[in-house]
Design a protein around this ligand. Structure first.
Ligand SMILES: Nc1ncnc2c1ncn2[C@@H]1O[C@H](COP(=O)(O)OP(=O)(O)OP(=O)(O)O)[C@@H](O)[C@H]1O
Ligand SMILES: [Mg+2]
Length: 327
């Protein structure tokens, strides 16, 4: 439904996007994750026909974005990093205007605008000027604008940036609702966002794709061993809990740290894939320790993201690649 094949974009000496390829199947949500300057916006602008590519091909809903731009754009809804709202128009006027630009016939305009406003929950500000909206409402009106013409594909550049936690949850829910009917790419540098919203993740760094996978596989892939943390109340018990925990099969290491309130935290490391929680719990309870808490410390997406995006510099031959004239 969305296909990017070996897309490269150079701005003079800057390679913003470097041989990027990925695809998003129909109805899927793909998270485009990367630090500042990674090339997310550039890739999205290329997909929406707002920027050219120096090399490569891209298809949206079966149309080549470079060869058949009108057809491709008709099937694409785009929420840019900064929603392009006109401050002096009311929300309703602005959406009607956007509907006209999108070629929605006047008979259908009113209905489409009403449907988009209902979907994005902006009806209560319909007659307010866009310039007077809060950041969250601006973002939602931007989203309403993107879905007006019921496009097959939605390209959302940081749809939850600057929103408060409640709005973030609402926007995530809305995006999830929109998937299925729409194929969606959303960019973000907020990691929980991809874990909670997206079925697949493309991690991009310095213009290059460094990983494409499901959020679950990404967390699993880089996990060498697993750790569980156990909070214990040692009062009235002997010290054998640590020893007992260490003798549980598949446990490779146990460290005990006393905490200020007289409790003890155990960090129990075990072999990858082994679930030692119930046996560790049994071992410490048998030793007479109070078991207050037991948590599995999976390697978080944060850890993975850092591991993937703080790796080596670009290879020398790439740095010396000839500059393109396309800008
Ligand atoms: N019009 C332009 N002219 C020159 N360089 C540009 C232009 N647009 C983007 N770049 C450069 O391309 C690189 C990628 O930028 P891009 O905006 O795509 O990153 P991003 O992943 O969206 O970052 P952010 O998370 O900050 O939004 C950056 O080095 C940026 O400076
Ligand atoms: Mg960006």
């Amino acid at each position: 439904m969305i296909e990017v094949q070996h897309v490269t974009k150079r701005y003079g000496p800057v390679t913003a996007v470097d041989d990027v390829s990925f695809r998003v199947d129909s109805g899927q949500i793909l998270g485009f994750l990367g630090p500042n300057g990674a090339g997310k916006t550039t890739t999205m602008r290329i997909l929406t026909g707002c920027a050219s590519a120096t090399e490569g091909q891209a298809f949206v809903a079966g149309y080549d974005v470079f060869e058949e731009p009108v057809e491709a754009k008709r099937r694409t809804g785009y929420l840019p990093e900064t929603p392009p709202l006109y401050p002096d128009m009311t929300v309703r006027e602005y959406l009607a205007f956007a509907a006209r630009i999108n070629g929605i016939r006047s008979v259908a305009q009113r209905e489409r605008v009403a449907a988009a406003m209902a979907r994005t929950n902006v009806e209560d500000v319909a007659d307010r000027h866009c310039g007077k909206l809060s950041k969250g409402y601006r973002q939602r009106v931007g989203l309403a604008q993107a879905i007006l013409h019921n496009p097959d594909v939605l390209i959302l550049d940081e749809p939850t940036a600057g929103l408060d936690p409640k709005q973030i949850i609402e926007t995530r829910e809305l995006i999830k609702e929109l998937a299925g009917d729409h194929t969606i790419i959303l960019s973000t540098h907020i990691l929980p966002e991809v874990a909670q919203t997206c079925e697949r993740v493309v991690i991009i760094n310095k213009g290059r794709v460094v990983a494409v996978d499901t959020p679950e596989n990404l967390t699993g892939r880089l996990r060498g061993s697993e750790t569980i943390r156990v909070q214990l109340d040692p009062r009235g018990a002997d010290e054998t809990a640590v020893v007992q925990a260490a003798t549980v099969p598949n446990v490779s290491n146990v460290t005990a740290t006393p905490t200020q309130d007289g409790l003890v935290t155990l960090e129990v490391q075990c072999e990858k894939g082994a679930d030692v929680r119930s046996e560790v719990a049994r071992a410490v309870i048998t030793s007479g320790w109070g078991l207050l808490e037991l948590t599995s410390m999976r390697m978080s997406l944060e850890d993975i993201f850092l591991e993937l995006t703080t790796s080596e510099e670009p290879r020398e031959e790439d740095a010396e690649a000839p500059e393109a004239t396309d800008a």
